[in-house]
Design a protein around this ligand. Structure first.
Ligand code: SF4
Ligand code: ZN
Length: 733
């Protein structure tokens, strides 16, 4: 590898550092050293600087300190091998560039905030990515739904190539973060001209107009090791190792790079993120970077995505049913608007439902899709509104009726992943649309069936041997089937309602998040779902049937050691091993002593409010203040990384209405404050539980952000509504 390139990288770093120094000096001259600054919704200050150096940047003065440190680091590097820097020198110079460039972004943001936050032109610049986004996408990153993160810099030679590359990433489910421009063009504009949809839902996000904005991707990635990895700020080597081993990111750079871009690219390489360039660049093989190449040139656009996936060693499982439209998770979030709709089902406009039921092996014919209705061929080929009963019959030797609901819930994403098709709701409150565009591409109602047979085989092949789909479009059929289906739904709900922690001898673990939080284990019981909210006991049970060596393992409860706190010998034994000896014992039903650990993707945080003798609950995404004097992001930063933090706990939102929710601490009567959004989402189930506890109006006695945001007012409010918590035994023992 050429020492020449290393030299250019060092020069680029020098020029970024000089720019930073100047910007800091100017900003201090006009605003003063004490001018404070923070990026929105983060507990990690300037995250790259914080993670790598431990310095919490709060003011312009701190930015000056950071830029001086970067300068000293570069000076030291330059002195090592004068005139002939090594690859290691270049990588470190890259890190110095990242530290400095993060200061540039902070000052830029500070100035922009005063002007206008965003330029909107069909896409909005994302800018800084908040902590919440990492937590929200956590599950998808660990379960492989998002198999990788591509950072796209520059511009493609033409619009067509830009679309081709991005669609290929999208079909593979890869999250694409875009920054910068080439000569008079940018990938974002190229995509915009081809009417590609932007946004987190579509997995195409534009970070900013300059190449340097790609840094927002790195500042986001570094929060994976801070949040999930529980790695301390300032432990540079640990952070870099975590990033290299666990964060599946890579860079695709289009167009000729300049020295500064090369310096930032070297920083990405130091993070273990390979850089794939469309230029004829020399290949750099860096020791320890996965699997071996750190910089490669792939001038062929047909191959560039495939090579990137190979180099970053991503596991991509693409399953595309035979439908005439693009298909993949990246299309799941798109909507079909009314004016673009060709055919519509349900949504109060016509009776519609979906129902999955178990049949005997010889009662159904595999992969058969039938439409039933008078003149159905004509009717499904003409625009309008139709009734629909989608009945999915499955059979299999390992199929259990308990799995019906689990598989039925997947109908939603199965259909939604088709481009130009939209699905909402479930059971007998579904609403579906086929767009004009999809219709023109040849997509018809029958494809709903084709999608289900293909995807159910694909995801549940281990338990389902045969799938047959019948689509009824005559109103009287639909109404008749709806009656039968409603009985089946009721029966199913009754069975689930009967499932309690006592009624089973086996709980399940979820180890998926261990790819980010190596010691974290979710223990999932019938009455406690995983803290991300995505997996309940039946899901875990089905997942174990499907993949006995996968991320969900059965745990025999064993002897009950403590009924009040929910402590079992079998679970303690399992946890010790599965947490790599970091967790000795677990209490399922308390927050105060050896509570469940948290990874980072919890839907809510429960925290004690000592002066109220109770707990408060705040949801992910809430940006206001809470009565414990911390915002969600700050609280969340201290509840994660797979450690037990008595008094604080991450939970799935539906756990709140479970009879086992902090049972040992007094249950839901301990809840003194909860955000309005949580109240709305669980109102019905919560009120039912409250009635069982003999206090049907408990929800109204619980404060929320419209009532107070601090402890003092909270206590006042509680006295006014006679909240039960103050009368309960002291939480602190
Ligand atoms: Fe992660 Fe727990 Fe959700 Fe599994 S259940 S994906 S371990 S948060
Ligand atoms: Zn998690």
């Amino acid at each position: 590898m050429s020492a020449e390139l290393n030299k250019i990288i060092l020069q680029g770093a020098g020029s970024i550092l000089a720019k930073t120094g100047q910007m800091v000096a100017d900003a201090i001259a006009s605003r003063g050293r004490d001018q404070s600054f923070e990026f929105p919704d983060t507990a990690y200050f300037l995250p790259i600087i914080y993670a790598l150096t431990g310095l919490p940047v709060r003011t312009l003065g701190d930015m000056e300190t950071a830029s001086v440190r970067a300068k000293e680091l570069l000076a030291e590097i330059e002195g090592r091998h004068p005139g002939a820097p090594t690859l290691g020198d270049a990588a470190e110079a890259g890190l110095a560039s990242l530290l400095a460039a993060e200061v540039i972004l902070a000052i830029d943001t500070m100035q922009e905030q005063e002007k206008r936050p965003n330029q909107d032109k069909g896409y909005v610049y994302q800018g800084f990515i908040p902590d919440t986004t990492m937590r929200t996408l956590g599950v998808q990153l660990v379960d492989g739904t998002i198999p990788g993160i591509a950072v796209l810099i520059g511009a493609a030679p033409d619009d067509e190539t830009a679309v081709k590359v991005v669609r290929e990433l999208q079909e593979k489910g890869i999250l694409t973060l875009i920054a910068g421009r080439g000569a008079g063009n940018s990938i974002a504009d190229q995509l915009l001209r081809s009417r590609v949809e932007f946004g987190w839902e579509s997995r195409i996000v534009v970070l900013g107009p300059e190449a340097v904005h790609a840094l927002y991707a790195i500042s986001w990635a570094v929060r994976a090791s801070l949040i999930y990895g529980g790695i301390k700020a300032g432990s540079m080597i640990e952070h870099l190792t975590f990033q290299r081993e666990r964060v599946p990111a890579f860079v695709i750079a289009m167009g000729p790079p300049d020295a500064e871009l090369l310096a930032v690219g070297a920083g990405a390489i130091a993070f273990g993120f390979p850089v794939i360039s469309d230029q004829d660049v020399p290949t750099i093989v860096a020791e320890g970077v996965c699997p071996n190449e750190a910089l490669i040139g792939v001038p062929d656009y047909e191959k560039i995505v495939r090579r990137a996936i190979e180099v970053r060693n991503l596991k991509i499982i693409v399953s595309k049913p035979p439908v005439p439209v693009p298909y993949g998770p990246a299309f799941e979030g798109e909507r079909v608007r009314k004016e673009d709709t060709f055919l519509e089902f349900g949504g109060q406009r016509s009776p519609a439902l979906e129902w999955l039921r178990t049949r005997g092996m010889d009662e159904i014919e595999d992969n058969r899709v039938v439409v039933v209705g008078k003149d159905w061929q004509q009717r499904i080929n003409q625009a309008g509104i139709l009734p629909l009963a989608m009945v999915i019959d499955v059979a299999g030797r390992k199929m259990q009726t308990d799995f019906e609901g689990v598989i039925e819930r997947k109908i939603h994403s199965n259909i939604n992943e088709a481009h130009g098709v939209w699905h909402m709701g479930q059971r007998d409150i579904v609403w579906m649309r086929i767009s004009n565009e999809a219709n023109q591409a040849g997509f018809t109602l029958e494809h709903f069936g084709v999608i289900q047979t293909a995807m159910i085989h694909n995801k549940y092949g281990a338990i389902v041997d045969k799938v047959q789909v019948t689509l009824y479009i005559d109103e009287e059929d639909v109404i008749r089937i709806r009656g039968e289906a409603r009985e089946a739904y009721l029966e199913r709900d009754r069975r689930i309602g009967d499932l309690t922690d006592e009624s089973v001898d086996t709980f399940f673990s979820c180890l998926l998040c261990q790819s980010f939080a190596p010691n974290h284990v979710c223990v999932i019981s019938p009455e406690r779902l995983g803290l991300c909210g995505a997996f309940n006991w039946l899901d875990a049970k089905a997942a174990f049937e499907i993949d006995p060596t996968g991320g969900n393992q059965p745990i025999l409860k064993g002897t009950l050691l403590d009924e009040k706190y929910g402590r079992y010998a079998g679970i303690d034994g399992y946890l010790k091993k599965a947490s790599r000896d970091t967790i000795e014992t677990l209490n399922m039903y308390t927050i105060m002593e050896n509570p469940m650990t948290s990874c980072g993707c919890f839907e809510c945080i429960v925290a004690i409010v000592p002066e109220a003798n109770g707990v408060m609950i705040v949801h992910r995404g809430f940006t206001g203040m809470t009565p414990v004097g911390m915002k969600f992001s700050t609280l969340a930063a201290s509840v994660g990384g797979g450690v037990q933090t008595p008094g604080f706990m991450g939970i799935g939102i539906n756990f709140i209405a479970s009879p086992k929710f902090i049972l040992g601490d007094g249950g839901i009567k301990r809840v003194v404050w909860m955000t309005t959004e949580i109240k709305e989402r669980i109102r019905e189930a919560f009120n039912k539980r409250a009635a069982d506890e003999g206090m049907p109006d408990l929800l109204d006695r619980i404060a929320d952000e419209t009532i107070c945001e601090d402890g003092e007012k909270l206590v006042e409010y509680m006295a006014g509504v006679a909240h039960p918590a103050p009368e309960m035994p002291s939480l602190l023992g």
